[in-house]
Design a protein around this ligand. Structure first.
Ligand code: PBG
Length: 338
């Protein structure tokens, strides 16, 4: 029996911390916040316990709550007062995210990242204006048949123009960083050009570079009222079966000037986080999405899991896989524990 090697020697209290390979800090975390232009009161989000949509008047107070926990960055999502087929409220100077950003950056030191996407602003719930053929079909209200025709989808290039406008309007309102999440080809380059032309060359872009068409976004779509009214997002978001394709997506975003590369979701895609970490030099962000949050809460409610422990272990695992930053609905709870 050769027991010269006993890894257990290093697992005792006192030495554990010294040999720990991964540490989690509140400053690694980004807290997503939902600002809702349709309400005067906070509205609880049922499928995301502890989270609320907050009115614009409460945006500053909400961010102050986050800052108190030691988390320094927030990601803003907006629910506009009205929607249309093009999503025009997404780039309005008096839009919900623009207004909230102005107030938050005036009143606090929070680092404000804004989500640049159209799905919360279009009446059909897709991440950009629809192609000609689909738009012409409005008479039969985007029935399921259109969605089954694989040639009909979001108009990529028309969406780029909208994203450019959105990004510039966010930067004008004071956003510190822009995060495009629509998975349009060329979105990072278009936004970079737009920001540079408008004089915002110092505003970085965190690209949702490898964003999968995931069923784990369910609770978010309730929260942000951004579910597609027909079809799905598989014509623009990635197939969960693909890993090499993620490297291609990240490479393209790197070429277009993305500053931070995001992988989304996080826990079911730790292999992708780890591969991006190995192959690229950019900071890697991971989005621990709404479904990952909701399932731990649901199990904890039944008494099947300890919520604090599984939340902490989840975030630690995402960090260990290679993420430098983590977007998570657990941000405040975990930061308080650290
Ligand atoms: C919008 C967007 C989504 C999420 C973030 N931005 C939903 C989607 O793509 O359908 C999901 C976040 C979450 O589930 O927590 N493009």
């Amino acid at each position: 029996m050769n027991l010269t090697h006993r890894p257990r020697r290093l697992r005792r209290d006192g030495i554990r911390g010294l040999v720990s390979e991964t540490t989690l800090e509140p400053t690694d975390l980004i807290a997503p916040i939902f600002v809702d232009a349709t309400t005067d009161e906070r509205i609880a989000i049922e499928s995301m316990p502890g989270h609320e949509r907050v009115p614009i008047d409460d945006a500053v107070a909400r961010v102050e709550e986050v800052l108190e926990t030691g988390v320094e960055a927030v990601m803003l999502f907006g629910i506009p007062e009205s929607k249309d087929s093009e999503g025009t409220r997404a780039w309005a100077d008096d839009g919900v995210v623009q207004e909230a950003t102005r107030r938050i950056t005036d009143a606090t030191d929070a680092y404000v990242i804004t989500d640049a996407c159209l799905c919360e602003y279009t009446d059909h719930g897709h991440c950009g204006p629809l192609e000609e053929e689909l738009r012409g079909n409005e008479s039969h209200e985007h029935d399921a048949d259109c969605a089954h025709d694989p040639t009909l989808t979001v108009d990529n290039d028309a969406t780029l123009e909208a994203l450019e406008r959105i990004a510039v309007s966010h930067a004008e309102a004071g956003a510190d960083m822009i995060a495009p999440s629509g998975m349009m080809d060329g979105m990072v380059g278009a936004i970079r050009d737009g920001l540079d032309e408008a004089g915002y060359e110092d505003v970085p872009i965190m690209s949702y570079a490898a964003k999968y068409e995931s069923a784990f976004y369910g609770p978010f779509r309730d929260a942000a009222d951004g579910a597609p009214s027909f079809g799905n997002r598989r014509h623009y978001q990635m197939d969960p079966a693909n890993a090499r394709e993620a490297m291609r997506e990240v490479r393209l975003d790197a070429e277009q000037g993305a500053d931070v590369m995001m992988v989304k979701p996080a826990l079911p895609y730790l292999d992708i986080i780890s591969a991006v970490r190995r192959e690229f030099d950019h900071p890697v962000a991971a989005y621990n999405v709404s479904g990952e949050y909701a399932m731990l809460h649901a199990a904890a409610e039944k008494g099947w899991l300890d919520l604090e422990d599984v939340a902490l272990e989840s975030l630690l695992s995402i960090k260990r896989a290679g993420a430098d930053l983590i977007l998570t609905y657990f941000a405040e709870d975990v930061a308080r524990e650290l």
